[in-house]
Design a protein around this ligand. Structure first.
Ligand SMILES: C[S@@+](CC[C@H](N)C(=O)[O-])C[C@H]1O[C@@H](n2cnc3c(N)ncnc32)[C@H](O)[C@@H]1O
Length: 215
């Protein structure tokens, strides 16, 4: 087992509470963008959350009327997600490189874990095969070549994309008005691009132009 895997095993209990200074704001905003970025989701749609960790995102999707299926390779994370979500969701042990859901899903999400895919292009193709609506994931534009990622998506048949800065800090909790103002900058164009040079991530929604209308 790698040091990283061992770290995830040890950190599973309370993962979301420890990783996110203001988990409610962070995960609620993430859930909002999972629904709205790209073709919108509607109540009853199923979201497959690959590398779901402790399923922290799940409750925020379920409360929007979505069905949630979480998958993670770390059994301790899966146990924690099941404990958090109870019978509101399905959570399974699985690897992002091999997991296939029992039926097509409206959306597949991968947060803070896209880099675990062995081969990104192959991963995008597999996901496109069982996702009727869209793939949503986050990306650090200072670490990854965004154009290269977009080329991999197109090669996998995911030819439509919408990108959106995600301006909720992970490690610090802001007073409510400051947090709202910062989120307001996500659509500010040049200011958002400047901020992204120093901090924060991008959310990417990708879908086939002939995908079913999920909204
Ligand atoms: C940084 S955490 C992100 C967890 C959650 N998505 C979040 O945003 O809080 C990365 C997660 O990826 C999982 N993971 C790592 N490699 C994986 C793989 N090959 N397949 C599935 N999950 C994996 C880890 O167990 C861990 O829960």
């Amino acid at each position: 087992m790698s040091a990283k895997q061992e770290q995830y095993r040890r950190k599973a209990v309370g993962w979301s509470d420890l990783e996110y200074a203001d988990g409610a704001t962070y995960l609620d905003h993430r859930a909002d963008l999972v629904v709205r970025l790209g073709p919108p989701l509607r109540a009853g749609d199923e979201v497959l959350d690959l590398a779901c960790g402790d399923g922290g995102l799940g409750a925020f999707l379920v409360r929007r009327g979505l069905r949630y299926r979480g998958v993670d390779v770390t059994p301790e994370m899966v146990a924690e997600a099941r404990r958090r979500l109870g019978d509101e969701a399905v959570v399974e042990v699985g690897d992002i490189d091999t997991y296939v859901p029992p039926g097509p899903v409206a959306a597949t999400t991968v947060f803070r874990a896209i880099y675990y895919a062995r081969d990104r292009r192959t991963f995008f193709s597999r996901v496109a095969g069982f996702t009727t609506g869209k793939l949503v994931f986050d990306l650090n534009p200072r670490q990854y070549d965004v154009d290269g990622v977009l080329a991999d998506l197109r090669a996998a048949g995911l030819d439509r994309t919408e990108l959106r800065p995600f301006f909720v800090p992970q490690r610090i909790s802001l007073p409510r008005p400051a947090g709202a103002a910062l989120r307001g900058l996500e659509r500010s164009g040049p200011i958002a691009r400047l901020l992204l040079r120093r901090r924060f991530t991008l959310l990417v929604a990708a879908w086939r132009s002939d995908a079913r209308d999920v909204g």
